[in-house]
Design a protein around this ligand. Structure first.
Ligand code: APR
Ligand code: PHB
Length: 385
């Protein structure tokens, strides 16, 4: 197996294949240091946690991650709790994607298995045959790898998807006029559980990474220049959008800040010949539903099982239905992420009709058990399969 990309999708797939005795080589364009520092998502579904445990890479997560049983939705001056564990029996785990990636890299390297960083000029060949090949340059030498299948886990700007023949894939996308300005601040989080705030000045999200690191976001324009946001302006906006009587938002030094534009994107199918796409290489969700990382992991759980059947038992039937199985889950998460995004963000023109619809929906999900359960079961993650 050749795996292109050492993000959560590629690394988890490699670990899963190894657990079942299937050999793989992981090729990553960036340096180990870069991959381990990249600040990304932080909410894990139970299915994700269970798989990381099964793969033996959960020791630090089990010791340090924070369990949450719900989230807060704030609007019209009040904060409402959505008791997800009470409603669904499941909660979420707060643990950075960066930490997941660090542990997967350590496990792979400790086992002495091939994971190459700073690989250049990756190209894929003969994917329509049963012996596809990957060519790449590493440490000054050219290499060619012949394999049973290639996993394109190379994210939204990777090489695998664009290398497929024109017409092989159909693309679906939606652009939003929103971006998130995210900060990592060295301050004790002022919240017990995540706060998603709807506000006339725009959406804000209060999240965390640890008892001493807060991760906060404010809605900005999709192409906002982070240079327009000195620290004081960020805190002022966060304070205004999350203000609540009897509660204060603690401020602290900002360690990192960055803007991410928001979009939804899916390709169908997620496979062509012996090339299989997984994670951000196949789909993007806006971050409002916290689904990106979890989808990447559920893709490779399905793909890994099918690849093991091929490599160990010579049975390719599960592989043929990989895309169809994965896409059912992907589209459910696409809908949920789009819905959460639409409910919480201020449209650029502040359309009052839309604002009234948002508030009606927010009141509904915080007052009806049926509506709250629907949000909760999507947020904590629907059963895998
Ligand atoms: N050759 C080799 N590696 C590449 C190439 C290439 N041409 N192009 C990209 N890559 C690498 C990237 O450097 C990155 O490390 O592929 C990896 C893809 O990893 P991610 O972007 O983390 O994607 P994925 O593993 O699918 O995880 C999705 O990441 O962006 C978040 O919200 C998203 O949480 C979700 C998760
Ligand atoms: C985060 O902690 O980075 C985070 C949490 C919830 C989201 C998105 C991002 O919906």
């Amino acid at each position: 197996m050749a795996i292109v990309g050492a993000g959560p999708a590629g690394l988890t797939l490699a670990q899963l294949l190894h657990a079942h005795g299937v050999e793989s080589v992981v090729l990553e364009a960036r340096s180990r240091d870069y991959v381990e520092r990249r600040l990304r998502a932080g909410v894990l579904e139970q299915g994700t946690v269970d798989l990381l445990r099964e793969l033996g890479v959960s020791a630090r997560m089990d010791a340090e991650a924070i369990e949450h049983g719900g989230i807060h939705l704030q609007f019209a001056g009040d904060r409402h709790h959505v008791p997800m564990r009470e409603l669904t029996g499941r909660g979420i785990t707060i643990w950075g994607q960066t930490e997941v990636v660090k542990d997967l890299i350590a496990a792979r390297l400790e086992a002495g298995l091939p994971l190459h960083f700073e690989v250049q000029d990756v190209t894929v060949h003969d994917v329509e045959s049963e012996r596809p090949r990957v060519r790449y340059r590493h440490a000054g030498a050219d290499h060619e790898l012949e394999c049973d299948a290639i996993a394109g886990c190379d994210g939204s700007h990777g090489v695998c998807r664009p290398s497929l023949p024109a017409g092989a894939l159909r693309e679906f996308s939606r652009e939003y006029p929103y971006g998130w300005l995210g900060i990592l601040a060295e301050v004790e989080p002022s919240i017990d559980e995540l706060v998603y705030a709807h506000h006339a000045r725009g959406f804000a999200l209060l999240s965390l990474r640890s008892p001493t690191l807060s991760r906060y976001y404010v809605q900005v324009a999709h192409d906002e220049d982070v240079a327009n946001w000195p620290d004081e302006r960020i805190w002022e906006e966060l304070q205004a959008r999350t203000a609540l009587a009897g509660w204060t938002l603690r401020e602290g030094p900002i360690l990192e800040k960055g803007v991410t534009g928001m979009r939804s994107f899916v390709v169908e199918p997620m496979q062509h010949g012996r090339l299989f796409l997984a994670g951000d290489a196949a789909h993007i969700v806006p971050p409002t539903g916290a689904k990106g990382l979890n989808l990447a992991i559920s893709d490779v759980a399905i793909l890994g099982e099918a690849l093991v059947a091929l490599c160990r038992d010579g049975d390719a039937t599960a592989l043929t239905s990989y895309s169809a199985r994965a896409l059912r889950r992907v589209w459910r998460a696409e809908h949920f992420s789009w819905w959460m995004t639409s409910m919480l963000h201020r449209p650029p023109d502040g359309d009052p009709f839309e604002e009234r619809l948002q508030l009606a929906q927010l009141r509904y999900v915080t007052s009806s058990d049926a509506a709250a359960t629907s949000l909760a079961e999507n947020y904590v993650g629907l059963p895998w399969g």
